[in-house]
Structure formats: structure tokens, C-alpha cells
Design a protein around this ligand. Structure first.
Ligand code: SRM
Ligand code: SF4
Length: 588
């Protein structure tokens, strides 16, 4: 009854908005018959490697993007060939935990159907790239056979739910992981379209039989992201998410969660109406309420999010349009009870803990550095092969981190020596003996697969760091963890606007440099210089790093220093992101 009432409200909200022009994607969703569209027919059309425009939008809800190899575009055009179309598949991994068998299957499919690599994403998911249309269905089917799925990995719905991946606080971690999985399951779209199209599920006769109790037939105005962190580690970057839960642990016991709303990164160069935003912490809920709170926050966004302008449709803008107090009041109304007052918490950082950790149960965890999250074999470093061999003997699990790294987790004491020997054999044992800056880096996919990339990121950040490392060595900062992130465009997939040093692509070999993000991901950064190329990047950063080494106060982080030293002003909230930028920043 309650759900029906809410969907009526949602529909009324849509009717109200139909006076204005709804965003084109709203029409696609309405016409799609619960996300079916003509995907099945498009898949059967072998005359092209692509899908229709509408189906390209709809297939995102099923966890896949149509892409083309941008390295090959010019050559294909020259030879009057269709673009080199292929599909990216994102596999949901709630909480980032996968079994050894799932790793083995993922590894196999990477070779059999994709480009021989596995991308560990910034939201604890797996991605395959380069899957041709004729292999798409089989790949999704085999992913499901491996007890994983791709539904809602993309699209205007709740995405992969993240949680702190590090089981070093194991008792609390188990509860937090369970919460992440429960939220994920509860918010998974109910449509049977996914099963029909990809898993040969039985077709339903009429659309009346279909139900989408939480989302309704137009789903959400835009993508929605949820995460759970366990302080002092903010390794899932809660402030960049639509909805976050901060675990409150008292006397070793989980007593509940602070609730944070309205974070997000995406923006567009030159459009000041778009900006990254830090989530506001608005209340507290008990562990038993966490799924209900997630559902009702999603419903508030469903009913009040903007459906006319996709650039304004993320929940962060709903929170800004109505104000956090209004959102809290509306949420309490939807819940039928009030959230409690915010409890104290403190985050120390947003990085991973590399190397070996033993937990209170006597299990071992090894965090492996995976540059740019790309698991692959190179002649000097057969990492993928090594991980495959470890998966074959591993008695624990694998955990994907939101920093694109991998934890070989829950290794029993009897297996540790065997795992250690394999890490040694495949050159992974010293993966963490790199500069602390490199270990604190994130790069989004960008070129050649991302259709929105303006510049390189994953293929270029390692080189940039090599240059900067020379400067760090000179001034003795090799072991200082300064967060550095690069994205190929301002959509912010590597969360560059909350890192201490952020590079954001503006065009081929041109990057904006942002400084002053919080070391724990708690503060946005500010534009420091525009349109830097490779040479500029090093010469711009070197003097700042030099001054930081000489002038920093005890325990002062780089992001705080650049503000105190006057390189940039602090950005307090999203609305200030484009304000108080120094004239030199724009002079290039
Ligand atoms: Fe992202 C779009 C890759 C995390 C903000 N993102 C894309 C697409 C699908 C490009 C597209 O729309 O055609 C990229 C596919 C590239 C490729 O070839 O694989 C893409 N995003 C990624 C991943 C793989 C980056 C990575 O290197 O790890 C991450 C996958 C996460 C996952 O497993 O679900 C990824 N994207 C993020 C994050 C970080 C996060 O969620 O913590 C953000 C910023 C947070 C946020 O959502 O505000 C992010 N992606 C975007 C946006 C900007 C949304 C906006 O508010 O404007 C877009 C563009 C869009 O949605 O229109 C985008
Ligand atoms: Fe693509 Fe931009 Fe996201 Fe990088 S930040 S993956 S370039 S959309």
C-alpha cells in the first residue's frame, strides 16, 4: 500500500513535469517496457556491430556500454569502415568481495571474450572491455553462471554498493559487508527484462505482470551511488556518493550509521551550473534501519530529482535545490520515524593499507597495488597469471578496493606460505615497495575505450608519477602519501576533485590541475592551473612540493598545506568550487 502511494506520487511528479520538456532519456525509459526496448532484436541484427540509439541508453541498465576503439577511429574512417564497435561490461560486486572461483571465471572470460585484461574499477566492480556484439549475450550469461551479475551496474538506478573492503576489523566488517549486500539486493531492479534478454528467462505475456516497486517505470532521474565506510578509513570516499553510511563503532560493536547525502563528482568544463559536491552528514540510523533508509532516500530522489535536465539530475543537485534540512525532513516523513542526531566520527585517510595485515581471527590479508586497476600480463610482470595461480589454491576471498587495488583476503595461516611463494614467483611480493604517491594514485579508464575522454588518464598517469617521483626523491618525500588522481574528463570517475593533486583532461595532452583536496577525501579541491602539458606538469608541481618539504608543519597533509601557503583557497562546498579561483589559474 505504502509503495503504491509512493509510485502515485512519483507519477504525479512526472505529470507535473511533463508541462516542461522531459529529458530525452525519460521518454526512452517510458517507452522501454521496463528496460526491454528492442535490445533483443538489436542483438540479433548481424549487419552492424552497434545497437540503436535508444537501446544504447537502455543497455546501460543491463550493465553494458557500447563503445568503439578510439585509437582506430581515424584509420577506420579513412577506409570507410564502421567504427570498431565493441561493448564494455561492468560486473557488480557488492562490497567488492569475490570468491576465488569467481576470480578464475572472470579471468577466463577476460581472455575468451574481452581484451585479455580485467579492470578493477573505482567502485569495487570488474569491467571487461572489447566484447564484440556476437559475444555479449554469452558473456553476460556466463557471468551469471559464475554467480555474479551485471544488472544495474550502470543506468539510472542504484549502482554497485560499496563498503570498506579491509577486513582488518573483521567482526564489524562482516556486518558492514552484509549491509552493503542487503542494500544492493533490495535496490536491484525487479524487471524481468534482464533474465529474458540475457538468460533466456521466460517471457512475460503482458506488461501489467511487470512490477518495479521501488523505482516505478521511469526509474531514477539519473545514476545513484551508495557506500559504507568504517572510520578511521574513508577508503570508499563516502563524500563523493549520493548516499553514504558511516559506521559508528562503540566498544568494538557496530551501533549504527551516520547518514550522509548529496555527494558527487561530475561536472562539465565551462559550465558553472555543474560542480562536484561533498555529501552532508544529516543523521543517524540503527543497523536494522539501513536498508529502509536507503530505499526511502532513493524514493525521495525518484520523486523530487530533476527529470528535465540530465546535467542537473543527480541527487547532489536535489540536495542543493531543496537544502539538506528539507531532505532530512522529507526523508523522516517517508520513513515514518526520525533519524537520530549525528554521532562523532573521524576519518584519517582515504587510501588502502598495502602489504600484509593479520586480523583478530588469525587470518591474513595481502593488499596488492594494481596500477590504474588494470590486471594484465606484461612480459616483465605476469600479474594476471600470478593471481590466477593464487585463486586456484586460495581458501579465502578477493576484495576489490575503491582505489582500484586488490586484497587477497582471509588467507588462513596454513595457506599463507603458499600464497607468499606465488606472490614472490610472479613478482607481486614487493608490489607495495613503490613511492607512497604512486600507491595513492587513481586513474580512470579514459582512452581508448571511454567515449567521453578528452585526454589520456590510465595510460598516462604512471608516466606523470615517474616524473614527480624524481622531485619527491630530491626533497625526501618518497614515503609521504599524497593522493594524486587523473581523469580524462571532468566527469570525475577517479574522484579527482577530492584528491590532494587532481589532473582533469581538457583536450589531448592538456590537463587542469586542481589542488587542496582533503587527505581523507573530506574537502573539494580548487583549480590551480589550466591546460598544462607534460612538461608544465612537472615544472608546476616541483616548487610546490619543494616548499611543502621545507615549510610543512608537524603532520600537515599536502592538501592542507597548499591552502595555508596560499596556492589555492579552500573549497568549502560545491557551490564554491568555481569561486575564488586565482587569476593565474586561468592565464595559460
Ligand atoms: Fe564513471 C561515465 C568509467 C566511476 C562519474 N564512467 C562513465 C563511462 C561509462 C563513460 C560513458 O558514459 O560513456 C566510463 C566508461 C569508461 C570505460 O571505457 O570503461 C566510466 N566510472 C568509470 C570507471 C570504470 C572508472 C575507473 O577507471 O574505475 C568507474 C566504474 C565504477 C563502477 O564500477 O561502477 C567509474 N564514474 C565513477 C565515479 C566514482 C565513484 O562512483 O565513486 C564517478 C564520480 C562520482 C559521481 O558519480 O559523481 C563517475 N562516470 C561519471 C560521470 C559523471 C556523472 C555526473 O554526475 O555528471 C559519467 C558521465 C555521465 O554519467 O553522463 C560517467
Ligand atoms: Fe571517461 Fe571521463 Fe570517466 Fe575518465 S572521467 S572514464 S574520461 S567519463
Amino acid at each position: 500500500m505504502f509503495i503504491e502511494t509512493r509510485i502515485q506520487i512519483s507519477n504525479r511528479n512526472l505529470e507535473k513535469m511533463s508541462e516542461e520538456k522531459l529529458a530525452a532519456n525519460e521518454g526512452i525509459k517510458i517507452r522501454s517496457n521496463y528496460l526491454r526496448g528492442t535490445i533483443a532484436e538489436g542483438m540479433a541484427d548481424l549487419s552492424t556491430g552497434s545497437l540503436s540509439d535508444d537501446d544504447q541508453q537502455l543497455i546501460k541498465f543491463h550493465g553494458s556500454y557500447q563503445q568503439d576503439d578510439r585509437d582506430l577511429r581515424a584509420d577506420r574512417r579513412k577506409h570507410k569502415l564502421e567504427k570498431a564497435y565493441s561493448f564494455m561490461i561492468r560486473i557488480r560486486v557488492p562490497g567488492g568481495v569475490a570468491t576465488p572461483q569467481q576470480w578464475i571465471e572472470t579471468d577466463r572470460m577476460a581472455d575468451q571474450f574481452a581484451n585479455g585484461t580485467i579492470k578493477l574499477t573505482t567502485r569495487q566492480a570488474f569491467q571487461f572491455h572489447g566484447i564484440i556484439k556476437t559475444n555479449l549475450k554469452r558473456t553476460i550469461k556466463e557471468i551469471n553462471e559464475a554467480a555474479m551479475d551485471t544488472i544495474a551496474a550502470c543506468g539510472d538506478v542504484n549502482r554497485n554498493v560499496m563498503c570498506n573492503p579491509n577486513p582488518y576489523l573483521s567482526s564489524v566488517h562482516d556486518e558492514v559487508l552484509k549491509a552493503a549486500r542487503d542494500i544492493s539486493t533490495h535496490l536491484t531492479p525487479a524487471t524481468r527484462a534482464y533474465h529474458e534478454i540475457w538468460l533466456d528467462g521466460e517471457k512475460i505475456e503482458t506488461s501489467e505482470e511487470e512490477q518495479e516497486p521501488i523505482y516505478g517505470k521511469t526509474y531514477l532521474p539519473r545514476k545513484f551511488k551508495i557506500t559504507i565506510a568504517v572510520p578511521p578509513s574513508n577508503d570508499v570516499d563516502i563524500f563523493a556518493n549520493c548516499l553514504s553510511f558511516i559506521a559508528i563503532v562503540e566498544d568494538g560493536k557496530l551501533v549504527g550509521y551516520n547518514v550522509a547525502v548529496g555527494g558527487g563528482m561530475g561536472s562539465t568544463h565551462g559550465d558553472e551550473k555543474t560542480y562536484p559536491r561533498i555529501a552532508d552528514v544529516i543523521g543517524f540510523c540503527t543497523p536494522e534501519q539501513v536498508v529502509d533508509v536507503s530505499e526511502k532516500v532513493v524514493m525521495v530522489q525518484r520523486d523530487f530529482g530533476c527529470r528535465t535536465d540530465r546535467k542537473h539530475a543527480r541527487f547532489k543537485y536535489t540536495v542543493d535545490d531543496y537544502g539538506p534540512d528539507w531532505i532530512l525532513a522529507k526523508l523522516n516523513e517517508y520513513l515514518g520515524y526520525d533519524l537520530g542526531p549525528v554521532r562523532d566520527y573521524e576519518f584519517a585517510d582515504n587510501g588502502d593499507r598495502f602489504g600484509w595485515v593479520e586480523d583478530e581471527k588469525g587470518n591474513y590479508h595481502y593488499t596488492l597495488f594494481v596500477e590504474g586497476g588494470r590486471v594484465l600480463d606484461t612480459p616483465g610482470y605476469p600479474m594476471r597469471e600470478g593471481l590466477r595461480e593464487i585463486a586456484k589454491i586460495h581458501d579465502g576471498d578477493f576484495r576489490l578496493t575503491a582505489n582500484q587495488n586488490l586484497i587477497i583476503a582471509n588467507i588462513s595461516s596454513k595457506k599463507r606460505a603458499e600464497v607468499e611463494a606465488l606472490l614472490e614467483k610472479y613478482g607481486m611480493a614487493k608490489s607495495h615497495e613503490r613511492s607512497a604517491m604512486r600507491l595513492s594514485s587513481i586513474a580512470c579508464v579514459a582512452l581508448p575505450t571511454c567515449g567521453l575522454a578528452l585526454a589520456e588518464a590510465e595510460r598516462y598517469l604512471p608516466e606523470v608519477i615517474t616524473d614527480v617521483e624524481e622531485e619527491l626523491e630530491k626533497v625526501g618525500l618518497r614515503h609521504d602519501a599524497i593522493t594524486i588522481r587523473m581523469t580524462g574528463c571532468p566527469n570525475g570517475c577517479g574522484r579527482p576533485f577530492i584528491s590532494e593533486i587532481g589532473f582533469v583532461g581538457r583536450g589531448p595532452n592538456r590537463y587542469n590541475l586542481y589542488l587542496g583536496g582533503g587527505h581523507a577525501g573530506q574537502r573539494l579541491s580548487k583549480l590551480y592551473r589550466q591546460d598544462l602539458d607534460a612538461a608544465d606538469i612537472r615544472s608546476t608541481l616541483a616548487p610546490i612540493i619543494g616548499r611543502y618539504a621545507k615549510e610543512r608543519e608537524e603532520g600537515e597533509h599536502f592538501g592542507d598545506f597548499v591552502i595555508r601557503a596560499g596556492f589555492v583557497e579552500a573549497t568549502v562546498q560545491g557551490g564554491d568550487f568555481h569561486k575564488n579561483i586565482k587569476a593565474e589559474a586561468l592565464s595559460n
